[in-house]
Design a protein around this ligand. Sequence first.
Ligand SMILES: Nc1ncnc2c1ncn2[C@@H]1O[C@H](COP(=O)(O)OP(=O)(O)OP(=O)(O)O)[C@@H](O)[C@H]1O
Ligand SMILES: O=P(O)(O)OC[C@H]1O[C@H](OP(=O)(O)OP(=O)(O)O)[C@H](O)[C@@H]1O
Ligand SMILES: [Mg+2]
Length: 395
Amino acid sequence: MSVVRTIFLQCPPASISPISSPSSSSSNCVSVKFSVSCCSVASPVTVVNGNVDRKPYERNGVRLGLPSKGRMATDTLDLLKDCQLSVKQVNPRQYVAEIPQLSNLEVWFQRPKDIVRKLVSGDLDLGIVGLDTVNEYGQGDEDLILVHEALDYGDCRLSLAIPKYGIFENVNSLKELSQMPQWTPERPLRVATGFTYLGPKFMKENGLSHVTFSTADGALEAAPVMGIADAIVDLVSSGTTLRENNLKEIEGGVILESQAVLVASRRSLIQRKGVLDITHEMLERFEAHLRAVGQFTVVANMRGSSAEEVAERVLSQPSLSGLQGPTVSPVFCKRDGKVAADYYAIVICVPKKALYKSVQQLRAIGGSGVLVSPLTYIFDEETPRWRQLLSNLGL
Ligand SMILES: Nc1ncnc2c1ncn2[C@@H]1O[C@H](COP(=O)(O)OP(=O)(O)OP(=O)(O)O)[C@@H](O)[C@H]1O
Ligand SMILES: O=P(O)(O)OC[C@H]1O[C@H](OP(=O)(O)OP(=O)(O)O)[C@H](O)[C@@H]1O
Ligand SMILES: [Mg+2]
């Protein structure tokens, strides 16, 4: 018999805390029970025999969720600004804003985890957050699509870390950790983490027996020295916090490499008017900007007998081949009453990292008056990510 029930669901569990110690009957399990509390109501959801059929409220505007606080907030606004998409917020305590260049778009400032929850519930259509947050709070929901998976900030990794001292002194890999005789059903490995979905999933996938989890919202690195936990699963960037707390990462212990991503709801992309167009424009701007940030435009003058001859000299140098260049244009001057071109101006794009080498190579082939300027955008032909998104959506 079919059971149909309508409930109101806004999000995956808002808070999850362990309520039991591991089961002693199981000899090979990541045994955790969580008490679950969920936050207030939002979009109506129909549950048909356990399958969730989400029906977002009728609304006209397209909604983009941006981090309201924390380290992602400023960098996200900076990225948008660099893409000429400036967010107009009347005052910092207001949670709704607009981007004048993208009509019909509402920006909603939310905490990163709530952005993912609201994408899942249908209350947001697009969001910018760290991949770790998408994976933790999205819990593999197939409605979430990564539109751009590398926005080039918020780089960090989700990693398992253990103390450098005591029984862990000679433990340097996940395998060695899992083979330690200390972990038994009665005395499991105690892991403190805010990642109560990804942490246990990783342990299970790696066959770690006898593990139990506890959770906290911050300062997890203190848990081992306080005696609350043996290990932690947390984000690591520079590694300073681990070092300062006498903890170390181990081989095989990286759960996820993360950076900021643009994520969308599949249902919204397919069903809600305007979402696909806005996504396309954002993707184009992000890609054009991100491609350009790593490059300089270099203009130099070179003596030569023809544009082809100059081009050949430029192309003989590995660092000077540019994106599709070089562009070579004659520099005209008047000699003996006649207009002639003794010099040619060349324009190339060079990777920032290769700038000095490129200047040296330019000089070596007779380049002078080298001008270097930053590049704002490189718009290529249609972006591969856009084609991939359309095919992912079956469009
Ligand atoms: N040390 C770090 N270096 C670089 N990026 C980081 C670092 N820590 C976190 N991040 C990235 O920034 C995101 C937001 O982290 P932040 O600390 O600002 O918020 P949070 O602590 O997850 O939020 P909340 O306070 O709402 O729980 C993370 O999800 C991750 O993608
Ligand atoms: O490797 P590092 O560069 O030292 O960064 C790692 C630290 O950064 C994050 O904490 P955050 O500063 O966000 O504080 P929080 O615990 O309050 O979220 C993370 O939870 C680590 O504690
Ligand atoms: Mg943090």
